[in-house]
Design a protein around this ligand. Structure first.
Ligand code: HEM
Length: 464
């Protein structure tokens, strides 16, 4: 047994937590420089192995996948996700839920024109709401968020909301706050006793209240979507109905050893919202931020759309292969923004030999995607925003295996196909219709992000 090195003294109780300084992702990358691609951190009572760099991460996620199907037994999985739904399940139950979600998203049109149509409607709506704000400085993040959330509402409940509807405004507030609280309450994962500190210093009570309200809202929407399900009925028009149909089928077949139940329905629906709205919204907002910061890139994007699509009709998915600079711009936006800098935490379910070290059963394993997307050896100048890095000399798009904002392997992002369509349709529509300028001439908004569980642009306003 040969454990990977550690960054320094592990104190009793705290372990290495006292060594974290400033932005945690920067700290993790600094330790990588010092210790190499694999190192061990004692995070309170938990032993955690950090994996960095493409070679090591791909070996872990592609070759040792079966030994990494566990989730750590911590506060987030217990109280936020209730050990249910794709994000929190382990082993065989995860496989069942994951396969179901993947197949259902595909049946509902992920990657096909019916889904593109749904997203197109939201993109048109977005253009109209931004257009109405013309003439005043506007923060577009909520406008984008409503449209992205409506895509997931359509997929899960066949439902959409108007921009002014209070339910969606509250809902977006919940999801946004949840992401912030997952960061600020993270210490409770290591020291559950912090929950009981007076004054809610680690936001435990607020988090519980938000989770409670989100679950109640989803339950209400789900109930409304229920119809009399007949297990022989193959037709369904959304995720909830597909889930209920499958539940009924299992029941009629007498299958009891299954995770297709009400608890997993509720949690998987929540997972779709939690994983599929902030991520896409933040990426679209980052794209606008980068266009404002690099007007020459914005102009080049517009010229390409004008040449390939024109201005009389909206860009369609079938235009994508010809919109090479736009595709490279979206890839560079995702690389530069890194909205999910770390993969979801995993637990080793058996010993793994990796990079010359042993990861023992029961150890938490974290994958540092940021380390790959900013690796100097891979990108040369990772701190420079340069879409051309994804183009060959002849202008064709260059696939780069180290580009992995959705992670890789069997537990990668299940919504990648949907997110990719959304990013193309929303961003191409915005480029075609508007020229984005800073709120005050000559003062571009900062590209420095807010970093928590995910990364978001700091609030900024645009002028058109
Ligand atoms: C730009 C947008 C998005 C990015 C960058 C992103 C990124 C990621 C990443 C990095 C993971 C963790 C993978 C790992 O731990 O190895 C993940 C997991 C996941 N994502 Fe996404 N995601 C995005 C959009 C979406 C969308 C639109 C959906 C839903 C339709 C979605 C649903 C999920 C789910 C359910 C998981 C958990 C998968 C599992 O544990 O099996 N994501 N995503």
């Amino acid at each position: 047994r040969n454990p990977a090195p550690s960054p320094g003294l592990a104190l009793p109780v705290l372990g290495h937590l006292h060594l974290f300084q400033g932005n945690p992702i920067d700290q993790l990358n600094t330790w990588r420089q010092k210790l190499g691609n694999i190192y061990t951190l004692q995070m309170g009572p938990f032993r955690c192995v950090m994996l960095n760099g493409y070679d090591l991460i791909s070996e872990a996620l592609l070759n040792h996948h079966e030994s990494l199907l566990g989730r750590p037994n911590n506060f987030s999985h217990e109280e936020v996700f209730k050990y249910a739904g794709v994000i929190s399940l382990e082993g065989r139950k995860w496989k069942e839920q994951r396969a179901f979600m993947q197949t259902t998203l595909r049946s509902l049109g992920m990657g096909r024109s019916v889904m593109a149509e749904r997203i197109r409607i939201e993109a048109d709506y977005l253009l109209a709401t931004i257009d109405r704000a013309k003439g005043k400085a506007t923060d577009i993040s909520n406008l984008v968020n409503v449209c992205v959330t409506n895509v997931i509402c359509g997929v899960t409940f066949s439902k959409r909301f108007n921009q002014e509807d209070k339910s969606i405004i509250y809902w977006i507030g919940f999801v946004r706050r949840l992401f912030q609280l997952l960061g600020s309450s993270a210490a409770i994962n290591f020291f559950p006793v912090l929950k009981y500190l007076p004054g809610d210093r680690f936001n435990y009570r607020e988090l519980k209240s938000i989770i409670g309200q989100m679950r109640a809202t989803v339950l209400e929407w789900t109930e409304k979507d229920k119809r009399v399900i007949n297990e022989s009925d193959e037709s369904f028009c959304d995720f909830v109905q597909a889930f209920l149909t499958e539940m009924a089928r299992k029941k009629s077949q007498g299958v009891t050893d299954t995770s297709m139940d009400e608890a997993n329905l509720l949690s998987s629906v929540l997972n779709l919202f939690n994983a599929g709205t902030e991520t896409v919204t933040n990426t679209v907002v980052f794209a606008v931020l980068y266009m404002i910061n690099f007007p020459e890139i914005q102009e080049k994007l517009y010229q390409e759309i004008k040449d390939v699509v024109g201005t009389d009709r909206a860009p369609e998915m079938s235009d994508k292969p010809k919109l090479k600079f736009l595709s490279a711009f979206i890839m560079e936006t995702q690389r530069f923004a890194r909205v999910i800098p770390l993969g979801l935490d995993r637990l080793a379910t058996s010993d793994i030999n990796l990079g010359g070290y042993t990861i023992t059963k029961g150890t938490s394993v974290m994958v540092n995607l940021d380390s790959v997307l900013t690796d100097e050896k891979v990108w040369g100048d990772p701190g420079v925003f340069r879409p051309e890095r994804f183009l060959n000399d002849d202008g064709s798009l260059m696939a780069r295996k180290e580009w992995m904002p959705f992670s890789i392997g069997k537990k990668n992002c299940v919504g990648e196909g949907l997110a990719t369509m959304e990013l193309f349709i929303f961003i191409s529509a915005l480029v075609q219709k508007f020229e984005f300028l800073p709120e005050t001439e000559g003062q571009v908004p900062t590209m420095e992000p807010d970093v928590g569980f995910s990364r978001a642009a700091k609030p900024f306003s645009i002028s058109l």
